[in-house]
Design a binder for this molecule. Structure first.
Ligand SMILES: C[S@@+](CC[C@H](N)C(=O)[O-])C[C@H]1O[C@@H](n2cnc3c(N)ncnc32)[C@H](O)[C@@H]1O
Length: 249
C-alpha cells in the first residue's frame, strides 16, 4: 500500500530534469545511488560509460548494442552524446515505468533506439513478474548483437538467474562478441550472499539490495557459459562493484 502511494505521488512529479539543454530523468527516478542525483555527475557518468565502450570494447556507429537493465537510459544518453545514433541499440528492463520513460524521452526523438519491457521477476525491481526459467529467451535471433552491457544488474540478481542470462548472452553474441558488466565480487566469501551484513559499510535491507559473489565462483559461472575475462577492475564502480570486460569464446 505504502509503495502504491509512493508510486502515485512519484507519477505526479515532473519526470525530467533539464541540464545543459539536455533532457535527463528527474532526480527522484535515478538509479545506482545518491551520487547520480547530481545532474553533472549523471551526465558525466553517461558520457563515461559510452567512452568506456568505445575505448575498451570497440563500440562504433556500426555496433549493435544490447543494454540489459537499461533503467532510465543512462547509457543511451551517453551514446547519443558521444556518437549519435548507432546501428542498433536495444534497451531492456523489467521496470515498466523506466521503459515507458525511455520510449517517451529517447525513442521518440531517436527511433532506432529501441526499448523493451520484459515482465520477468526481480524481487527488487519487478516482484510481480513471471519467474524466469531455464527455457527463457529474449525475443531476438542468435548473434543479433556485438556488445552486451549490464551496469549494476547482476548486483541485484541471484546465481540461478545470472546463469540463465549468461546462457542467453552466449546465444545472442557472435564468436568474439563482448560483454561489459559490473558485480559485487570478493575473495574468501561464500559463493553468493544476499544483503551481506555490514558489507562496504552499508545497511543492505530491501529485497536483493546487494548480491555479493565469491570472485572464483562468479568467474567459474562466466567460464562455464563460454566467456573469457579480458580485463577485471576491482571495486572501481558504484558502491564498490567491480568491472568485468568479457569476450565470448
Ligand atoms: C541499479 S539499476 C541500473 C540501471 C542502469 N543500468 C544504469 O546504470 O543506470 C538495475 C536495473 O536492472 C534492472 N533489472 C533487474 N533485473 C532485471 C532483469 N532480470 N532483466 C532486465 N532488467 C533487470 C532493474 O529494473 C534496474 O533498472
Amino acid at each position: 500500500m505504502k509503495s502504491l502511494v509512493k508510486r502515485a505521488v512519484s507519477g505526479l512529479r515532473p519526470q525530467t530534469s533539464r541540464y545543459q539543454n539536455r533532457v535527463l530523468p528527474a532526480k527522484h527516478l535515478r538509479l545506482c545511488g545518491q551520487d547520480f542525483k547530481s545532474d553533472e555527475y549523471f551526465l558525466d557518468s553517461a558520457r563515461a560509460e559510452a567512452d568506456r565502450l568505445i575505448r575498451r570494447l570497440g563500440m562504433t556507429a556500426d555496433s549493435r548494442v544490447m543494454d540489459l537493465g537499461c533503467g532510465y537510459g543512462r547509457l543511451p544518453i551517453g551514446i547519443l552524446e558521444r556518437i549519435g545514433e548507432i546501428r542498433r541499440y536495444q534497451g531492456i528492463d523489467v521496470m515498466k515505468r523506466a521503459i515507458d520513460w525511455c520510449n517517451r524521452y529517447i525513442h521518440r526523438q531517436h527511433p532506432n533506439f529501441l526499448f523493451l519491457h520484459t515482465d520477468v521477476s526481480n524481487r527488487r525491481y519487478n516482484p510481480a513478474g513471471e519467474e524466469i526459467t531455464s527455457r527463457f529467451q529474449l525475443p531476438f535471433e542468435a548473434q543479433s548483437f556485438d556488445l552486451i552491457y549490464l551496469y549494476s544488474v547482476f548486483s541485484h540478481m541471484e546465481a540461478p538467474d545470472v546463469r540463465i542470462y549468461l546462457k542467453e548472452f552466449h546465444r545472442l553474441l557472435p564468436a568474439s562478441g563482448k560483454v561489459f558488466l559490473t558485480a559485487f565480487v570478493e575473495e574468501n566469501v561464500p559463493d553468493a550472499t544476499v544483503n551481506p551484513e555490514g558489507y562496504r559499510g552499508h545497511k543492505w535491507s530491501n529485497a536483493l539490495h546487494c548480491v555479493r559473489f565469491n570472485k572464483n565462483y562468479f568467474e567459474s559461472l562466466l567460464q562455464e557459459h563460454g566467456f573469457r575475462v579480458e580485463h577485471f577492475l576491482y571495486e572501481q564502480e558504484t558502491h564498490g562493484q567491480s568491472a568485468y570486460y568479457l569476450a565470448r569464446v
